[in-house]
Write a protein that binds this ligand. Structure first.
Ligand code: F6P
Length: 462
C-alpha cells in the first residue's frame, strides 16, 4: 500500500455510533451499511478524519464534547428528518434506482420543496462547514465525500477553499434520466458534484449516465472502480464462534436458497418471492426438497414507502407458505433482523444466492457470499446490479422484472451439474479475492494523485 495520506472522509453514516448501556456507561457500536464496512479499512491505512451525522442522543453528546477522530455533526432534528426521510430517502434514492411508477409518484408538493430548502440544503451546509473547519487544521487533506446525501456540500467547500482537492464517490446507480427532478433541485445537484476534482462510481454504466446527464455544463474527472470487501475479514468471520453458532440454527433440507438484504424496494424482494412461488408451482418435484431463507435487515422504517414495502414482503411470504407449506415444510423462512453472524452463516450454507435487485449501485452481498460459501453455491444475479459488470461471467444472470426468468434461473441453478457449479463458484471467489477493498482504495488514491498533479500543473501555468 502507498504512503499514509491525510484524508477527510465525509459521509452521512459514520464508522461508529455511541449509546449508553443499562449502567449508563458509553458504548461504541460499529456503524452499519455497506459503505461504512467498505471504508473502515481506510482508517487503518491512512490519516483519516471522518465527518458524519450524529445519529443517536449519545452521538450528540460526543459531538458537543469533540476531540474524537470521528467528527459528528449534530444537525437540527427537523432539518435532519427532512434531509434523510424526505429528500435523500425516498426522493433521491427512488429517482436514482428508478423506483417510481411515474403515473402516480413522485408528487413534488410544497412540503417536498420545503424539505429541500430547510433540510437537504441546511444539512449539506452544516457538513460543508465541518469540512472547512477541518481543512483549517489540515489544509493539505484530500476531502472524500460519499453518496447521495451530500451532493451540495462540495460546491460550498469549493467556494470557501478554491484550492482543496475534492472527490466524491456515488455508491448508488446514476440513472439514464434525471428529468423527474425539477431544475431547482437538479441543477444544484449537478453543480455540487461538478465542484469536485473527481467523481467516482462503481461501474462504467453509472459513470456514462452521469457524463450524459451533465452534458456540457461543467467538467470534472469521472472514474469508475467497483468497491469490494476485505477477504481476510470475511475468512475470520467465517471461522468465528458467533458464525458457527448461527450455522447450527440453519434448518436446511436438500437445497437452500438464500437472500440477504435490507428491506429496501430497490432489492426486489417481493418479485423474488413471486419467482420462487412460480418455480414451486411449475416444479412440484422440488417440493419439500428446497427452501428459501430470507435474512432481511429492517431499513428506513420512518419512510412510509419502506414501511409499506416491509408489509408487502410479509404478505408475499405468507402467500407462498400458505399455498405450498405444510407441517413438515416451510418453503420460505423469513427472518427480519439485523444479525450479521447469521448472514455470514447463511453465506456459507447456500446452494443458490439470489440477488435480483431492481437496480443497485454495486451489491456487496454478491461478493461477500461467494467468498465464504462452502457448497459451490450458484449466484443468481440481476443484470441491473453494479456487481454484474464484474461478476457476470460466473453468475446466472436475470432481468429483475422477469419473474418467469427468475423462476427458470432458480431451476437452472438447482439442477446445474456439479463441475459447472464448481467452475463458477471458484471463478467468483478468485475474482473477489484478486479485487478486494485494498485494490479499490489504491485506485481511488491514484485518481486523487492524478487530480493533484493536474491541479498543480494548472497552478504553474496560471
Ligand atoms: O450507498 C448506499 C448506502 O448509503 C450504504 O451506506 C448502505 O449500504 C445503505 O445505503 C445504508 O443506508 P442507511 O444509511 O440509510 O441505513
Amino acid at each position: 500500500m502507498s504512503r499514509k495520506r491525510p484524508l477527510i472522509v465525509v459521509s452521512n453514516r459514520g464508522p461508529v455510533t455511541y449509546d449508553r448501556d443499562e449502567h449508563g456507561a458509553r458504548v461504541e457500536r460499529r456503524g452499519g451499511g455497506g459503505l461504512v464496512t467498505a471504508l473502515r479499512g481506510l482508517r487503518e491505512e491512512h490519516d483519516v478524519t471522518w465527518i458524519a451525522s450524529a445519529s443517536t442522543e449519545e452521538d450528540r453528546v460526543v459531538a458537543r464534547e469533540g476531540g474524537t477522530e470521528v467528527v459528528l455533526v449534530a444537525h437540527d432534528p427537523s432539518a435532519y428528518d427532512a434531509y434523510y426521510n424526505v429528500i435523500a430517502n425516498p426522493l433521491l434514492w427512488f429517482v436514482q434506482h428508478s423506483l417510481w411508477g411515474l403515473a402516480d409518484a413522485p408528487e413534488l408538493d410544497r412540503a417536498l420543496h420545503d424539505a429541500w430548502h430547510d433540510g437537504y440544503v441546511e444539512v449539506n451546509a452544516a457538513f460543508a462547514g465541518a469540512v472547512v473547519a477541518q481543512l483549517d487544521n489540515n489544509p493539505d487533506a484530500i476531502v472524500f465525500f460519499h453518496d447521495y446525501h451530500l451532493y451540495l456540500a462540495p460546491r460550498l467547500v469549493r467556494e470557501a477553499r478554491p484550492d482543496a482537492l475534492l472527490a466524491h464517490f456515488v455508491h448508488i446507480p446514476w440513472p439514464g434520466d434525471l428529468s423527474t427532478l425539477p431544475s431547482e433541485l437538479r441543477q444544484p445537484i449537478l453543480d455540487g458534484l461538478l465542484a469536485n476534482d473527481v467523481v467516482g462510481f462503481h461501474t462504467e454504466r453509472w459513470a456514462r449516465n452521469f457524463v450524459h446527464t451533465c452534458g456540457d455544463i461543467g467538467t470534472t474527472t469521472v472514474t469508475h472502480h467497483a468497491i469490494s470487501v476485505d477477504a481476510g475479514e470475511f475468512d475470520a468471520l467465517a471461522r468465528s464462534e458467533a458464525v458457527h453458532e448461527q450455522e447450527q440454527l440453519i434448518a436446511r433440507g436438500e437445497k437452500l436458497i438464500v437472500r440477504v438484504d435490507r428491506t429496501d424496494p430497490s432489492k426486489n424482494i417481493v418479485r423474488g418471492f413471486h419467482a420462487f412461488e412460480l418455480f414451486l408451482a411449475e416444479h412440484p418435484e422440488w417440493h419439500r426438497r428446497v427452501s428459501m431463507l430470507a435474512l432481511l435487515d429492517p431499513s428506513r422504517q420512518a419512510v412510509p414507502e419502506y414501511a409499506a414495502y416491509l408489509e408487502r414482503i410479509e404478505q408475499a411470504v405468507e402467500a407462498v407458505n400458505g399455498r405450498f407449506g405444510d407441517e413438515r415444510w416451510l418453503p420460505v423462512d423469513l427472518q427480519v433482523a439485523d444479525n450479521f453472524p447469521q448472514s455470514v452463516a447463511a453465506y456459507k450454507q447456500y446452494d443458490v444466492l439470489l440477488v435480483n435487485a431492481v437496480f443497485d449501485g454495486l451489491n456487496l452481498v454478491a461478493k461477500e457470499g461467494p467468498l465464504v460459501n462452502t457448497r459451490d453455491g450458484v449466484l443468481v444475479l440481476s443484470e441491473n446490479a453494479g456487481a454484474h459488470e464484474e461478476l457476470a461471467p460466473w453468475a446466472v444472470s436475470v432481468n429483475p422484472f422477469d419473474v418467469a426468468g427468475q423462476a427458470d434461473a432458480i431451476h437452472a441453478a438447482l439442477t446445474m451439474p456439479d463441475d459447472e457449479r464448481r467452475r463458477r463458484a471458484t471463478g467468483l471467489r478468485e475474482q473477489v479475492r484478486a479485487h478486494g477493498i485494498a485494490a479499490w482504495t489504491s485506485a481511488q488514491l491514484a485518481d486523487f494523485d492524478a487530480a493533484l498533479a493536474r491541479r498543480r500543473s494548472r497552478n504553474v501555468d496560471a
